[in-house]
Structures are given as C-alpha cells and as structure tokens.
Design a protein around this ligand. Sequence first.
Ligand SMILES: Cc1cc2nc3c(=O)[nH]c(=O)nc-3n(C[C@H](O)[C@H](O)[C@H](O)COP(=O)(O)O)c2cc1C
Length: 113
Amino acid sequence: MAYATKYGATAEIAEKIGQVLRQAGLRTDVLPTDPVSDLSPYKAVVLSSAVYIGRWRKEAATFLKANEKALAERPVWLFSSGPTGEGEPVELTKGWRFPKTQASHLTQKEKSQ
Ligand SMILES: Cc1cc2nc3c(=O)[nH]c(=O)nc-3n(C[C@H](O)[C@H](O)[C@H](O)COP(=O)(O)O)c2cc1C
C-alpha cells in the first residue's frame, strides 16, 4: 500500500485497507510513496493519491513513473481520495478557498477570474 497524502485522509484510508488485507492473511506494508522505492519484495501494489484540483499528488505520479517496470510485472490497484464525485473539478470546487501551495495548479484563466 503506497499512498500520497497532503492532510492525512488518504493515509487513513490506506491504513484501513491495509488492516483488512492483514485480517485476510496477507502480509501488508502501508507506506507513503516516497520511501517505497524497491518493489521487489511485493507481489502486488495498491497505489493511492489524494486529488487536488482534479489531479493526483505529484509524488504519486513520480512513483508511477519511477516504478513503471516493476508495476507492469505485478497486479496493481489504484484509488483516488477526493469527495467531489463526477463532474468538472474546476466547476465543482468553485468558491473553495485554495491554500497558496495549491494555487500553482490553477490555470492562468482561473487565476484571473
Ligand atoms: C485545495 C483543494 C482542492 C481539492 N480538489 C479536489 C478535486 O479536484 N477533486 C476531489 O475529488 N477532491 C478535491 N479535494 C478534496 C481532497 O482531495 C480530499 O479532501 C482528500 O481526501 C484529501 O486527502 P489528503 O488528506 O490525503 O490530502 C480538494 C481539497 C482541497 C483542500
């Protein structure tokens, strides 16, 4: 279980899924994406990321690219953590107040509105 989180919700979901997998008898590590680099001990991978402004966290994308070969050789399950559901993320998050660190994800057009 590799997760990319900003405020911890995705980590909590990953921990919960990890618990269930352990109860099912599977040896499971639950780790943030950064320290997980060598996938050779793992038979399968669950990768998760929080969604911010319609995008996965950068470290999740980096993890995917860095481990492309190893991931292609094992079963992989992906999930996203974000509550807005179906629709255009920019529309759905209209009126939300974004932290400065997230503002760089907005397009120039959105910034000028
Ligand atoms: C600035 C900001 C932007 C967000 N953008 C989206 C989004 O585009 N789609 C979505 O489903 N959720 C969005 N969310 C909700 C988060 O993805 C959700 O709360 C997630 O569970 C947070 O995970 P984390 O605590 O692991 O970082 C946004 C939240 C914030 C604060």
